[in-house]
Design a protein around this ligand. Structure first.
Ligand code: SAM
Length: 334
């Protein structure tokens, strides 16, 4: 990248052409024909869902975002240094579920101060979020090389080309919490298989805490999280021609104390039938029946350590906030 260039030109690549419509139909078939009914969290993130998620991150109740941002702001240089202190080597930063990269800029800025060459490889299922990420990083840090990829990192784990520097995989925003322990292990093992000795993973996890704080974070007073959750039905109406009456579903949040996870559901307020023509489905919902749309697992030091160890990583260092609400953990490949 030439330092005098005002804008970076980048192409957003698709790993396997991401046919969102086919993928939506598959998930609707898998999740809505069985009981209890469920949908997968990536479906929440179309353009409107990504916009609503950005609104959630500014809510006073939603502590994970600002807590993680504060930790990054306090320790960004320490984190980059902990990845490797040979500053002559380039640094490649692969980020799963990068979204708009709102916090990643903090780490990238520290990386550009410490390393001569920095490459940013954000992966997200939402092309709208990735476009926003590239626009903002391209403007803020024009020397960072951008290699965005639109992909579902669960079904199409990103492959890394051989590289002469260190790779830092970033998986922040508490996204790992959206997956069951088994799924999380597979995602991290796939990631581990792409890394080599000297590479590292920075993992952001929300920690177990009092239930009232957790519930408020997913059920805010202004109803933004409810709108985010209900948007999944709007998406099925828009993209698959479904006829969900979104006034007949309501946002429900539960703390599952056995699994240590917050669950978001959409509860049918009455007996009703919904058609999803593109999936050739008609679904009968009973009053109070729910669709489980997202889980957000919360961690303890023990469950976090076990997950990373199972996936083949060794914890090197971790950073937290004064109230220990949230943790950023650097785990290395030995
Ligand atoms: C909770 S947001 C976190 C965004 C950002 N990392 C942050 O910390 O603010 C989750 C992001 O992951 C993306 N995402 C969710 N599931 C995904 C999947 N299976 N593959 C790729 N991206 C996914 C969403 O589009 C969204 O941008």
């Amino acid at each position: 990248m030439n330092a005098t260039t005002d804008f970076q030109i980048f192409e957003t690549k698709s790993l396997a052409p991401l046919d969102a419509r086919e993928a939506l139909i598959d998930e609707v078939w898998r999740g809505l024909r069985k009981r209890p009914r469920s949908l997968v969290p990536w479906m929440l993130y179309d353009a409107e869902g990504s916009r609503l998620f950005e609104c959630i991150t500014t809510l006073p109740e939603y502590y994970p975002m600002r807590t993680e941002r504060d930790i990054l702001a306090s320790y960004a240089e320490e984190i980059v240094t902990a990845v490797g202190s040979d500053y002559s080597r380039p640094l490649r930063l692969l980020e799963l579920g990068a979204g708009t990269a709102a916090k990643t800029g903090i780490l990238l800025r520290a990386a550009t101060r410490l390393r001569n060459e920095v490459i940013y490889f954000p992966v997200d299922v939402s092309s709208d979020a990735l476009d926003a990420a590239c626009d903002s990083i391209g403007c803020l840090l024009p020397d960072v090389q951008l290699q965005p990829l639109v992909a579902n990192y669960v079904t199409h784990p990103p492959k890394l080309e051989r590289f002469g520097g260190n790779t830092l995989a970033m998986y922040i925003g508490s996204s790992i919490g959206n997956f069951s322990p088994e799924e999380a292990r597979i995602i991290l093992r796939n990631l581990r298989s792409q890394l080599r000795t000297g590479d590292a993973l920075l993992l952001g996890t929300d920690m177990v805490k009092d239930v009232a704080t957790l519930m408020r974070a997913y059920d805010d007073r202004d109803g933004v999280t409810a709108a985010f959750n209900l948007n999944i039905l709007h998406r099925l109406n828009r993209d698959l021609g479904a006829n969900f009456d979104t006034d007949c579903f309501r946002h429900r949040v539960r703390w599952n104390r056995v699994q240590l996870r917050i669950e978001m559901h959409l509860e049918s307020t009455c007996d009703q039938c919904v058609d999803i023509p593109a999936a050739e489905l008609s679904i009968q919902f009973a009053a109070f029946e729910t669709i489980h749309t997202e889980s957000s697992y919360k961690f303890t030091q023990k469950t976090l350590g076990a997950l990373l160890e199972d996936a083949g990583f060794t914890i090197k260092q971790s950073w937290t906030d004064p109230r220990r609400l949230y943790a950023l953990t650097l785990a290395v490949v030995q």
